[in-house]
Design a protein around this ligand. Structure first.
Ligand SMILES: Cc1ncc(COP(=O)(O)O)c(C=O)c1O
Length: 358
């Protein structure tokens, strides 16, 4: 424990991101990056923005990027917030909408979910209650209709990939609206087969829908995301951001992000390919004897037959393939495998077959 840390930093349990190896070429199936390149229009926009104007601060309103979201989704400019990746938006949302301190009501999220949620709760000192998923790893929405400090859910859930229906999400939004509590719905993986609730933000002023360009827009390296919600919620996020850093998105990221949101036909095509590959891989894994949870995301959550999750992870790594293993109760036996190109997944499937045979 470092003597220079304050008591808040001493108490933190920071998030551990997936490995980004530099020493060796791996088939990288561990951080849910998109295996296909970003739209050529994105690269062009970033190149165009790389001029001597970089000496000027970027637009703190992120107008061009937010306007692209307005055109694409038919929302109002005041209903859109832009952030440096959705992680930043989630961190701001926790700080803006959930009460801290030991007397506060607990924030709700599932026991198996995006592992950054408990980290943000720790950072802001927000008490939380992790509600167990059902035995089949699905979410029972009735479990979340209890008095609370608010609710955060990813749809589809991560790392399971299992999606919730729009009706279920709206019934939760309605319940929490009556309690005057915010419901953050994290749609990081929405473009891979689930249905967005973005069109319901007018109806539910407590619903904040958070998106990232890291996964479906192949821009994990750019760091851009956005949230859509009522004017009150967006204003809350801005208050936190402007008490921290008014320029969280740089000029290059703003230009690239606006182009990405505009060129959605390109992305629909590559994401269709990812969905088709996911279906093929899921089927092949089942034939090999794996448990494969029904995924609507760009990854599959799988349990190898007759081998532990950590052992299988190590065997894949030896063969130059990186997956993600979570050393956590209930999911110790599982691996999360991002969907790569057809060729990468053929190599992955061949490795799985070989490991099982040996
Ligand atoms: C459920 C979920 N939400 C949000 C994020 C963060 O995405 P980013 O900060 O890259 O936009 C991730 C990334 O893995 C995720 O899995």
């Amino acid at each position: 424990m470092n003597k220079f840390w304050n008591s808040r930093v001493k108490g933190l349990s920071p998030y551990v991101p997936g490995e980004q190896p530099k020493d060796r070429q791996f088939i990288k199936l561990n951080t849910n990056e998109n295996p296909y390149p970003p739209s050529p229009l994105v690269i062009e926009a970033i190149q165009k923005a790389a001029t001597d104007r970089l000496r000027l601060y970027p637009d703190p309103e992120c107008t061009e990027f937010r306007e692209a979201v307005v055109s694409r989704y038919g929302v109002k400019l005041e209903q859109v917030f832009a952030g440096n990746g959705s992680d930043e938006i989630l961190a701001f949302a926790f700080g803006a909408f959930f009460e801290s301190g030991k007397n506060a009501q607990a924030l709700l999220f599932p026991d198996i979910t995006y592992s950054f949620y408990p980290v943000y709760a720790g950072l802001w000192d927000i008490p939380f209650r992790a509600i167990p998923l059902c035995d089949d790893f699905s979410i029972n929405v009735e479990d979340y209709k209890i008095p609370s400090g608010g609710l955060v859910l990813p749809n589809p859930n991560a790392p399971t990939g299992i999606t919730l229906s729009v009706e279920d999400i709206l019934s939760l939004a309605e319940y929490h609206e009556k309690q005057e509590k915010v419901f953050v719905i994290d749609e990081a993986y929405i473009s891979f087969g689930a249905e967005s609730v973005i069109s319901y933000i007018e109806k539910h002023p407590n619903l904040l829908v958070v998106f990232t360009l890291s996964k479906s827009a192949s821009l994990a390296g750019l760091r851009a995301g956005f949230a859509v919600g009522s004017v009150e919620l967006i204003e809350g996020l801005r208050r936190v951001r402007d008490s921290f850093n008014s320029y969280t998105l740089d000029r290059l990221a703003l230009a690239g992000a606006a182009a990405a949101v505009t060129d959605f036909s390109y992305y629909e095509e590559i994401n269709r390919r990812i969905i088709a590959t996911r279906q093929r891989v899921s089927q092949s894994l089942k034939v090999l004897g794996f448990v494969v949870l029904p995924s609507s995301a760009n990854f599959v959550f799988i349990k190898p037959p007759n081998t532990g999750g950590a052992e299988f992870f190590a065997e894949l790594r030896k063969r130059g393939i990186l997956a993600r293993h979570f050393n956590k109760e209930r999911i110790n036996g599982f691996l999360r495998v991002s969907i790569g190109t057809e060729e990468e997944m053929d190599i992955f499937l061949a490795a799985c077959e070989e490991i099982i045979r040996n």
